[in-house]
Design a binder for this molecule. Structure first.
Ligand code: PLP
Length: 360
C-alpha cells in the first residue's frame, strides 16, 4: 500500500539524541534556542516562538488577541479539532464561516457576514497546505479591528504573494507533529507579526517565567500566569536534524502536487482550484468525488491509501450549540478524499496513482 503519511527519519538521529542525554540536560535549553533561531531564519520572521504543539500555538494566539469567555471567534469547521478546541476551552463562541467549495478554505465573504460586536478574531486554516485568501481576510479584519490567526499546520513552506507563510497574519501557528512536513515527534511554533507579542509568548510558554533572566530566576516576579508549552532539548535536536532536509521534503510535496494538477484528468474527479497568488505545500492532496466510499475502496484495492484526514468539526456534539447552515461545507466535506503527495512517492508511484485515478 502506498501510504498517505510517512514519518521522515533522518539517518544518525539516534546518535544526536544520545548526545543530548549524555550532556545531562534534556529540558528546554540550547538546542531549543538554536532550533527556534534556525526556524525563524527559515521562515524569515524573527518573531517565531518555539512551542510543544500547534494546539499550544493556537491557544497562545487567542490569548494574545485578548479572546475571553463570551467573545466570538470566526472559524471554519473544515479542519482538525485542534484548530477549534482552544477557543471553546476559553469559553469563547465559535461562529462558523462557510468555505470556498473549490478549495476547502474559509470564504471571506461569509466570514465578514458573520462579524458582530463580539467578534475578536478570524481563525483560518490553509487547507492541505494551500493558502487561503490572506489579503482579503486581513483587509476585512482591519476594517473591523480584528486579529487574524492562521492555522498553518499543513502549510510549512507554502507561499502567498511571494512570501512564505508565517509573514502575513497577526499570528501564524505551525505544527511539528508526527506526520507533518517537519516532525519533532510533537512540537509547534507561533510566528507573531509584532515583536512584543513574541516576547509575551516566550514568557507565557513557561509559567510566565523569563528563562533568559541572568542570575537567580526564582527571585524575579511573575507578572502573568502562563503554561507549560515549551519545547525540550530532545524534540529540538530532532527538529534541528529535520531542518537539514526540509527544503528537499517540501520541494517533493510541491513537485508531486503540480504533477497531479497536470495529469489527473478524469472528469469524475474534481481537483482543488489553484491561485496565481499562492503556492501550496501540499501536505496532502485533496480531491472531491461523488460516492467517496466506493472511490476509497477502489484506491485501496489498487494499493493506494486515502482518507478524509479531518472530519468537519461542527458535526461533533460538543459543538452542537454553534451549528449553522453551511451549504458549501456540506458539498465539500461529503466528497473530500485525500491522496498521498509526500516526499516518499517515487516517479513510479506517481505514475501509478495518476493512472489508477484516471481509469476510475
Ligand atoms: C489543521 C491542523 N491544525 C492543528 C493541528 C494540531 O497540531 P498539533 O498536533 O501540533 O497540536 C493539526 C494536526 O493534525 C492540524 O491538521
Amino acid at each position: 500500500m502506498i501510504p498517505l503519511f510517512k514519518v521522515h527519519y533522518p539517518k544518525g538521529i539516534g546518535k544526536k539524541i544520545e548526545k543530548v542525554f549524555s550532556q545531562g540536560f534534556i529540558g528546554e535549553g540550547r538546542y531549543s534556542r538554536l532550533f527556534e533561531k534556525k526556524f525563524s531564519e527559515y521562515i524569515g520572521n524573527p518573531n517565531c516562538v518555539l512551542l510543544n504543539s500547534c494546539t499550544s500555538a493556537i491557544s497562545l494566539a487567542l490569548l494574545l488577541c485578548g479572546v475571553q469567555a463570551e467573545d466570538e471567534v470566526i472559524s471554519s469547521p473544515m479542519t482538525c479539532m485542534a484548530t477549534n478546541e482552544p477557543a471553546y476551552n476559553i469559553g469563547a463562541k465559535l461562529v462558523w464561516s462557510d468555505i470556498d467549495p473549490e478549495t476547502g478554505n474559509i470564504d471571506p465573504e461569509d466570514a465578514e457576514r458573520k462579524i458582530t460586536r463580539k467578534t475578536k478574531a478570524i481563525l483560518a486554516v490553509h487547507w492541505a497546505g494551500q493558502p487561503f485568501d490572506i489579503s482579503r481576510i486581513i483587509r476585512i479584519a482591519k476594517k473591523h479591528s480584528l486579529k487574524v490567526i492562521e492555522d498553518a499546520a499543513h502549510a510549512l513552506d507554502a507561499t502567498y504573494k511571494g512570501k512564505k507563510i508565517g509573514n502575513h497574519g497577526d499570528f501564524v501557528c505551525f505544527s511539528f507533529q508526527a506526520v507533518k512536513h517537519l516532525t519533532t515527534v510533537d512540537g509547534g511554533a507561533l510566528a507573531c507579526k509584532e515583536k512584543k507579542d513574541s516576547q509575551r509568548a516566550r514568557l507565557l510558554r513557561w509559567f510566565g517565567i523569563d528563562r533568559e533572566t541572568k542570575g537567580n530566576k526564582w527571585s524575579y516576579d511573575i507578572k502573568e500566569c502562563g503554561y507549560k508549552f515549551h519545547m525540550n532539548n530532545i524534540n529540538a535536536v530532532i527538529g534541528l536534524e529535520q531542518m537539514k532536509h526540509i527544503r528537499n521534503i517540501t520541494s517533493c510535496h510541491k513537485y508531486n502536487s503540480a504533477y497531479y494538477d497536470r495529469n489527473i484528468t478524469n472528469p469524475k474527479i474534481k481537483k482543488i482550484r489553484r491561485s496565481k497568488d499562492s503556492q501550496t505545500s501540499s501536505w496532502i492532496y485533496s480531491l472531491l468525488v461523488d460516492n467517496r466510499d466506493k472511490f476509497k475502496k477502489y484506491l485501496a484495492d489498487n494499493g493506494i491509501a486515502s482518507d478524509m484526514v479531518h472530519v468537519r468539526n461542527d458535526k461533533y456534539s460538543v459543538f452542537k450549540k454553534f451549528r449553522a447552515d453551511l451549504p458549501n461545507l456540506d458539498y465539500f466535506s461529503s466528497r473530500l478524499i485525500n491522496i498521498p503527495s509526500g516526499w516518499w512517492l517515487s516517479k513510479k508511484d506517481l505514475a501509478k496513482i495518476v493512472k489508477v485515478i484516471n481509469n476510475y
